[in-house]
Write a protein that binds this ligand. Structure first.
Ligand code: AHM
Ligand code: MG
Length: 335
């Protein structure tokens, strides 16, 4: 029987082979994975663990926080603050950045996360997840500031997500392709189950919240209209649709079997560029998709090249199979 490769072994081998993972980054990724294991455990308890329902508070974006949003945020902070690998963290659930307390050594990395993505699915037992992105802190001795987090996605040194579904799966990139690890609950460790994930260039499946159709801009409406016309329309083929309303679940499907995911700007809140957040949702997912041979665009620009201007910045996202993303960009007049 082939030996199974744990996340630890994978990271050590990547460190030796490619030099892409310095020891503190390896520690960071192992700590994030450990935190995800603990979140997975809390998620699986459901009503028995008193983790369902709302917490009675709102986050900086005015969204009602669920108990699990807060639990997952706390788990990630606690796990990561003392190891000496980080200088600061930022999260969907915290207004400002979280500096590593003075009593702990300061590291050279910045960690950003959406601790519990797909919050609306928590109470209905549908897949949810954690999304994370790692940046290097700027050189120098001064304390980290919020502006240090405002780096384009091209500067990420690691990114990934963990999906809490029928299986708990960690999907990771450090810039050398995308690897997938499945949680072995008996052993308590993540085991490599797929390397070099590739998204097929062609697809017949799209993911978008169709209930917002009347609010979309013309290029998005045109793209979806053409998909819906099926075999007798301009695309000459029938399309299928899926919308889980957990980005991690929709993106996991797309990374596994292809497709395109759209959460575009719409007229409901015209002053916001989109619903999803650039730094801890679109950038990490965008990099994973690109590393798997797909594309990530806001319709006008490659997502990873957007210069962020604030921590909780939103962005319109089109992610997935390359040809489809390029087509939507074409309809925006940018290709
Ligand atoms: P969250 O991070 O607060 O859970 O919000 C992000 C989620 C995504 O996971 C998902 O794609 C989207 O919001 C669903 O939005 P909608 O309910 O508008 O379809
Ligand atoms: Mg989210």
């Amino acid at each position: 029987m082939a030996t199974s490769i744990s996340l630890t072994r994978y990271l050590v081998e990547q460190q030796r082979a490619g030099g892409l993972i310095p020891a503190p980054l390896r520690l960071l990724l192992e700590v994030v994975a450990r935190a995800c294991k603990s979140i997975s455990h809390a998620v699986s308890k459901g009503a028995l663990g008193d983790v369902l329902g709302t917490a009675g508070s709102e986050n900086v974006q005015g969204e009602v926080q669920k108990k699990l949003d807060i639990i997952a945020n706390g788990v990630l902070i606690e796990a990561n603050e003392w190891g000496g690998h980080l200088a600061a963290m930022a999260s969907e659930e915290m207004d400002g950045i979280y500096l590593v307390p003075n009593r702990y050594p300061q590291g050279e990395y910045l960690l950003l996360f959406d601790p519990l993505d797909g919050s609306s699915n928590i109470d209905v037992n549908v897949s949810i997840g954690t999304i994370f992105s790692v940046l290097r802190k700027p050189d120098g001795e001064r304390r980290v500031e919020e502006t240090d987090f405002l780096q384009p996605g091209t500067r990420q040194v690691a990114a990934g997500y963990c999906i809490y579904g029928p299986q708990t799966t960690l999907v990771l990139t450090v810039g050398a392709g995308v690897a997938l690890f499945t949680l072995d609950r008996e052993q308590g460790s993540f085991v490599l189950t797929q390397e070099n994930l590739r998204i097929p260039e062609e697809t017949r499946e799209f993911a978008i919240n169709m209930s917002n159709m009347r609010h979309w801009a013309a290029p998005v409406k045109r793209y979806i209209d053409e998909c819906l016309q099926g075999r007798s329309g301009p695309r000459g083929k029938d399309f299928n649709m899926r919308w889980v309303a957990s980005m991690v679940a929709d993106m996991h499907r797309i990374l596994s079997r292809g497709g395109v995911f759209l959460y575009p700007w719409d007229r409901r809140e015209p002053h916001k560029p989109g619903k999803l957040r650039l730094l801890y949702e679109a950038n990490p997912m965008g990099w994973l998709v690109e590393q798997a041979g797909g594309a990530a665009s806001n319709g006008r620009q490659r997502i990873l090249e957007i210069q962020p201007t604030h921590l909780h910045e939103r962005v319109s996202v089109i992610l997935g199979s390359k040809n489809e993303v390029e087509r939507v960009a074409l309809y925006h007049g940018t290709r």
